[in-house]
Write a protein that binds this ligand. Structure first.
Ligand SMILES: *Cc1c(COP(=O)(O)O)cnc(C)c1O
Length: 436
């Protein structure tokens, strides 16, 4: 095992594994940003993970600051989650029929998110968002969807318009293969720009089904809502008879137990969830007002289904994760706040000393170091970042054993397994990496 300050062993075995993977998967990956194209260098292959650390194929120990892109708030291989999954697996891995643990998890979700009166479990955040807009359209009888530039809501056709995350990272304007006809009802507006939202409703009166938004953007890097922005969206949606859909796939159970809607005091009509919800297993959910949700089949005319929806292993991991967060809410969230502040602001201070223009945006335990003087308030200002400097920083941090999300336009995540030692480790690595 490598000590914190020593450089990592070269990724010889990982490179072999990457070459082998490239024979089977486009780019060697099953999700594009994993290929490290935005930062260069070879992606380490993970052999195992525990707590705040990933162990790669060469035996390097890497401090994990991307947490499987959000789910791992309790750390990797958290014993209560592992035990719950093991027990559930022994009772059968999939039934295709109802079982009690679905409502057990739903009960915990509703306790955290009182706006989610009824819900449906799916297998990913993509499915949750795709289904939520179908439901919003079916409920309102309207076709248009308002979204925001740099927000990512999964890879459903209609939502791949000016999307963040890997779409921004790869510079793909939307995506090939999405017919213009499919995207023509998606209105992508600048984030934090209420007049643009007013103008969209004025241009398409009584034709907009919903406003879909990441309440805190994570997929363009972290961008907090300006004061009054979410309140304004709520007011406009209500006035215009459209639904407000908060995409809390990333923020749910992370910014607080009740997500962004709890900390900003916003009551949406629908919420989408994922990531932490499944405790590291594939699980998403969409839910909200009972009168809206009851438009779903079999009660209503909006169709939606899933062979593995409500999967017993995913329910078990979700229940173990949420139960732990609920039982330890008072310790975990203040600790996440403290640790993440130490990391995000500590490195911002080092950058200032080093004369490197850097803007640290942080909300709770999600943050981004934008390599720009800032401020970063929307996708346009995020795009002003010096991605070459970010890429160099990323490679140097990884060389010192700290694994950041491999793109300027992705949020970093801290979990409950990160403590004072990990803060120190990041600062020490950053001190060297910022000597650019
Ligand atoms: C990750 C994410 C999604 C997509 O979820 P997947 O499980 O990757 O399909 C949707 N919305 C937001 C805000 C996300 O962060």
């Amino acid at each position: 095992m490598q000590s914190d300050s020593r450089d990592s062993k070269p990724l010889v075995r990982s490179l072999d594994l990457q070459r082998r993977a490239e024979q089977y998967f486009p780019g060697g990956v099953n999700s594009p940003v994993r290929a490290f194209r935005a930062v260069g260098g070879n992606p380490p292959f993970v052999a195992r993970a525990e707590g705040a650390y990933l162990f790669d194929a060469e035996g390097n120990r890497c401090l994990d600051l991307f947490g499987s892109w959000g789910p791992m708030i309790l750390g990797h291989a958290f014993p209560p989650v592992v035990e719950a999954v093991r027990e559930a697996a022994g009772r059968g891995t999939s039934f295709g029929a109802s079982h009690a643990s679905e409502a057990n998890l739903a009960e915990l979700v509703r306790r955290c998110f009182p706006s989610v009166q009824k819900m449906r479990f799916v297998s990913s955040g993509t499915e949750a968002c795709m289904s939520a807009i179908r439901l919003a359209r079916g409920f309102t009888g309207r076709n248009f969807v308002v979204k925001f530039e740099g927000c990512y809501h999964g890879h459903a056709d209609a939502l791949l318009v000016k999307a963040g995350s890997g779409v921004a990272t790869l510079g793909i304007p939307g995506s090939a293969g999405v017919p213009a006809e499919t995207a023509q009802h998606t209105l992508a507006l600048p984030y934090n720009d209420l007049p643009a939202v007013e103008a969209a409703f004025a241009a398409h009166p009584a034709r907009i089904a919903c406003i879909l938004v990441e309440p805190v953007v994570g997929n363009a890097g972290t961008i907090p809502p300006a004061p009054g922005f979410l309140e304004g969206l709520r007011r406009i949606a209500t006035e215009q008879g459209a639904l407000l859909v908060l995409d809390e796939v990333m923020t749910g159970f992370r910014l607080s137990l009740g997500g962004a809607q709890q900390i900003y005091g916003i009551k949406p009509d629908l919420t989408t969830l994922g990531k932490i919800l499944g405790g590291g297993l594939p699980c998403g959910a969409f839910g909200g007002r009972a009168d809206v949700m009851d438009r779903l089949a079999p009660l209503g005319p909006v169709y939606q289904a899933g062979t593995l929806s409500g999967n017993p292993l995913a329910m078990a991991a979700g229940i173990a994760t949420l139960a732990h967060l609920i039982a330890h809410e008072g310790e975990i969230y203040p600790q996440l706040e403290r640790t993440t502040r130490g990391i995000a602001e500590g490195v911002a201070d080092l950058a200032r000393e080093a004369g490197v223009p850097l803007t640290a945006n942080r909300v709770g335990s999600m943050f981004t170091w934008f390599f720009t003087a800032g401020p970063v308030t929307d996708f346009a200002s995020a795009s002003a970042s010096d991605t070459a400097s970010f890429a160099r920083f990323h490679r140097r941090m990884l060389q010192s054993g700290v694994w950041l999300p491999p793109s300027q336009f992705e949020a970093a995540f801290v979990g409950a397994a990160h403590g004072a030692a990990e803060v120190e480790q990041v600062l020490e690595a950053a001190r060297a990496a910022l000597a650019l």
